[in-house]
Design a protein around this ligand. Structure first.
Ligand code: CMC
Length: 428
């Protein structure tokens, strides 16, 4: 017999269906609540609100499980390429060799960006944060492809927009860095893989050859896969809600990039390195900074610790911690910041404050350290997260449009002033 939830209000009992997902997670379907009772639910930060039924990513925060389309993150990070995972997320199944070849070939064809866009880059100040540049550039793509504005275009036309975006994001990202350095832009090269091409556009110079290190390519591939989707987080919910008004893919993803920028979300990886530098410059007293993080009067938090949904461990952090140790050893990196990171990890994992609140190092704690080892500048860290998260955002946008979900429109409980008469300015 299917389960029923009962709510008693003013002596009357109302019944609501309980629905169950394929992984046995349960929800009370309150979509008729207001019609039936006149009440709404209040859930600031949506901690208990399911905004959609989705078949893309499953995560269990208590057990530390993360699956993309049923495949474990551990297997995908170990065996797959980033574009294979992108295909899986966006189209629902792992590609055959022929499907993957066609997908890669289409993406490779679209890596160039319109020459006119170079002028946009040049107009930004050198100190412009690359996330601000990236969000604007992605939205600007819609002006070069006006056909993408039509929400009712064919499947082929939608796929073309998706492939263009996947192809152009690394170019836009690398060029935002080159522009900040006032270095010449490096054009994409079709003979390179997705990760190699990005590293080439970031680090090559017209004056000399740049040899892409396979160790770096493999670490980058893993990092991008680990970030590829994370169900209904802040930026993904933003993409879905913007897209729900039938706004085009470029503008929806641009909004997602802006949401990711914040230090409590994707901006945390940059904050981790800045925090480690701050502790280093302050003399490296880790205990002092751990005490600051525990002090409720002090706004300081240990960046890279804690997670909204993972309350035991972050499975991505487990994979990435190993990749982090490997890459530091292979590249033979000796960085004082690293010793601080290791000590911080150890102190926090043993401290009662962090243990009792289930605050463990999250994926961004280690990704920041790896990006630093790969030579990626700190301000680019969240840009790297955007490149990784793009397939997830696209998959979620596509699912939302294909399910013909209604426009997102939460309600509120009004707590402002009750009606009053206008007072003339001379009497206020
Ligand atoms: N350092 C010190 N105390 C913390 C921290 C931290 N990093 N995170 C949470 N707490 C404390 C917090 O003060 C609160 O204590 P109390 O119960 O005594 O009031 C308790 O732990 C619960 O915190 P919360 O803010 O209610 O937890 P949340 O689930 O709403 O927030 C979070 C999750 C990720 C925003 C938060 O842990 C945080 O600010 N972490 C640092 C930023 C960070 O690393 N963000 C990256 C998240 S992973 C990337 C991604 O998926 O976006």
């Amino acid at each position: 017999m299917s389960e029923i939830a009962k709510i008693e209000l003013g002596g009357q009992v109302f019944e609501f269906p309980v629905i169950e997902g394929t992984e046995k997670e349960k929800a009370i379907d309150i979509s008729k609540l207001r019609d039936m009772t006149g009440y709404i639910t209040l859930d600031t930060g949506y901690k208990n609100t399911g905004a959609t039924k989705s078949g893309i990513t499953f995560l269990d925060g208590e057990l530390g499980i993360l699956h993309y389309r049923g495949y474990s993150i551990e297997q995908l990070a170990d065996k797959a390429s980033f574009l294979e995972v992108a295909y899986l997320l966006i189209y629902g199944e792992l590609p055959t060799q022929a499907e993957l070849d066609a997908f890669i070939s289409s993406i490779t064809k679209h890596t160039l960006i319109h020459e006119d866009m170079k002028q946009f880059f040049e107009a930004y100040p050198a100190k412009a944060h690359p996330m601000g540049v990236l969000a604007s550039m992605v939205c600007s793509l819609s002006t070069f492809y006006p056909e993408s504005l039509d929400p009712n275009r064919s499947k082929e036309a939608k796929d073309l927009t998706i492939h263009r975006l996947l192809a152009k994001l690394p170019t836009l990202a690398a060029w935002s860095y080159k522009n900040a350095m006032r270095h010449p832009f490096m054009y994409p090269r079709n003979e390179f893989s997705y990760c190699e091409n990005f590293l080439h556009m970031m680090f090559a110079m017209p004056t000399e050859d740049y040899k892409v290190d396979p160790v770096v390519v493999s670490a980058l591939n893993k990092l991008l896969i680990l970030h590829a989707d994370h169900e209904q987080n802040c930026s993904t919910s933003t993409v879905r809600i913007v897209g729900s008004s039938q706004s085009n893919l470029y503008s929806s993803i641009s909004a997602g990039i802006s949401a990711l920028w914040g230090p409590l979300h994707g901006g945390a990886n940059q904050e981790v390195i800045e925090m480690l530098e701050q502790i280093h410059q302050d003399g490296g007293d880790v205990d002092k900074w751990v005490a600051k993080a525990k002090d409720k009067e002090d706004p300081f938090r240990l960046m890279g610790f804690g997670h909204r949904v993972y309350k035991n461990f972050d499975p991505r952090a487990t994979i990435i911690k190993k990749a982090c140790d490997d890459i530091l050893e292979k590249l033979n990196i000796n960085d004082p910041m690293l010793a601080i990171a290791k000590r911080l990890e150890q102190v926090a994992l043993e401290d009662e404050y962090f243990k009792s609140r289930n605050l463990y190092p999250n994926v961004d704690f280690y990704s920041g350290i790896i990006y630093k080892a790969l030579g990626i500048p700190t301000e680019m860290f969240t840009v790297m997260f955007s490149i990784g998260r793009l397939p997830g955002w696209i998959a979620q946008w596509k699912e939302m449009t294909e399910n013909k979900e209604p426009i997102g429109r939460p309600r509120q409980i009004y707590v402002g002033a009750t009606p009053r008469d206008y007072v003339d300015i001379s009497k206020r």
